[in-house]
Design a protein around this ligand. Structure first.
Ligand SMILES: Nc1nc2c(ncn2[C@@H]2O[C@H](COP(=O)(O)OP(=O)(O)OP(=O)(O)O)[C@@H](O)[C@H]2O)c(=O)[nH]1
Ligand SMILES: [Mg+2]
Length: 378
């Protein structure tokens, strides 16, 4: 099932024949979920085009068939109504088989080494017998332009390994929407038997907060630079981290990384823990040489042990599921409101009137909501 001829966009400039990848093409927001390009899913075009029913999807995913896993994710990502219904059914049937993984979020400024770290950690975990899925959310660019899984990516080894699965999440639309697909993709990967899910996101905007809300363990990646290490770290980001990693602790940079570690340790010590009963830790590592990777995994295992014993692990997942439902309701209500024909008709005028000071904002909001309420009753 390995797509032999598929060359991902981060393939070496002149890849030899041995370069093959497990990566399955993503879709952009608004895609109908059906691949028009047989290369993008699998070399086996006939298999790729064969339409699958719900049972095919469910069985394929549960059997760990990566081609079907890729297609199931494409189905889940689709915005077409007909796919949404089928996706819902597939997810419902897969749900009893989900939840048996550790979900890790990895965030950090561009270039801090997230992808390189995921490559190192991923290979380390596979050698330990785990199966690893990597999902990448990039709120800043579309997949076509591909920054996360573009030329900068450092996951060549991992992407060729049979026990890994790498998938960019579609961008476009709201981050909530993007993350929505990522959440469901995580569930599908779990049903396919992946034990460790690594979610990479660039540390800009709201993306860290969103990723925090869908993972068990959140890791913030930093690099030691000149001057005050704590400068430039957005307020609030440290507070959501279970661990801070100072990457690139190699060569000349080693002592600077150790110094940064002290600064972070001090700052972390004084903050409220992101996870009840777990004081956030700071460690140094070199994603490039692999130094410190084993210790980071030991820490994650310890985290799992501690939070499982206290019940915090399960409680967080239950709360995340509840909050996710609530935010879906809010998002769908908002969409219904904004696309309501009666509302659409007067929206522009209301905005203009509010801006001109002809009507108070609260009165305009009441008016619009009343219109919406009435059209729901029809
Ligand atoms: N010396 C050294 N260089 C590293 C290390 N980790 C990553 N790099 C280098 O840093 C650069 C950026 O690495 P990436 O893994 O692409 O960083 P990223 O955080 O995924 O970047 P974005 O996806 O663009 O946000 C690459 O040139 C890597 O080779 C490390 O541990 N030591
Ligand atoms: Mg990256």
């Amino acid at each position: 099932m390995t797509p032999k001829k598929q060359k991902p966009e981060w393939a070496p400039v002149n890849p030899d024949e041995s370069f093959a990848s497990n990566v399955v093409g993503g879709v952009e927001g608004g895609h109908d979920g059906m691949s028009r390009n047989s290369d993008s899913i699998n070399a086996n075009a006939a298999q790729a085009r064969k339409s699958l029913n719900t049972e095919d999807y469910v069985k394929g995913v549960l059997n760990g068939d990566r081609t079907i896993l890729g297609r199931a994710i494409t189905l889940v990502e689709s915005n077409a109504q007909i796919h949404k219904e089928q996706a819902r059914e597939v997810l419902k049937q897969l749900l009893p088989h989900t939840g048996n993984s550790i979900r890790m979020g990895i965030s950090g400024v561009p270039g801090s080494g997230k992808s390189t770290f995921i490559e190192s950690l991923g290979i380390y975990l596979i050698e330990k017998g785990f199966r690893v899925a990597v999902l990448a959310i990039d709120p800043s660019s579309s997949i076509k332009k591909g920054s996360i899984l573009g030329d900068k990516t450092r996951m060549e080894k991992l992407s060729r390994n049979q026990n890994s699965f790498i998938r960019p999440s579609p961008s476009g639309g709201t981050l909530g929407g993007v993350a929505g697909k990522t959440r469901e993709t995580m569930l599908v990967c779990e049903a396919a038997g992946y034990d460790v899910l690594l979610i990479e996101t660039v540390g800009i905007g709201q993306s860290e907060i969103t990723v925090r809300s869908m993972v068990d363990f959140f890791l913030l990646m930093q690099i030691a630079g000149a001057g005050d290490e704590l400068q430039g770290i957005k307020k609030g980001v440290m507070e959501i981290a279970d661990a801070v990693l100072i990457n690139k602790a190699d060569g000349d940079n080693k002592s600077r990384a150790e110094a940064a570690k002290q600064d972070f340790a001090m700052a972390l010590h004084y903050q409220e823990p992101a996870t009840e009963g777990w004081e956030a830790r700071v460690q140094t590592c070199s994603a490039l040489t692999g130094g410190g990777i084993a210790e980071i995994w030991d820490m994650v295992e310890e985290f799992q042990k501690v939070t499982n014993a206290s019940g915090v692990f399960g409680r967080r997942r239950r709360l995340q599921a509840r909050d996710w439902m609530n935010s879906l309701v809010q998002e769908q209500l908002k969409n219904l409101f904004l696309h309501d024909p009666e509302v659409e008709k007067v929206m522009r005028k209301m905005e203009d009137d509010v801006m001109a000071g002809n009507i108070p904002p609260a009165a305009a909001a009441d008016y619009l909501l009343k219109l919406f309420e009435n059209s729901l009753k029809k």
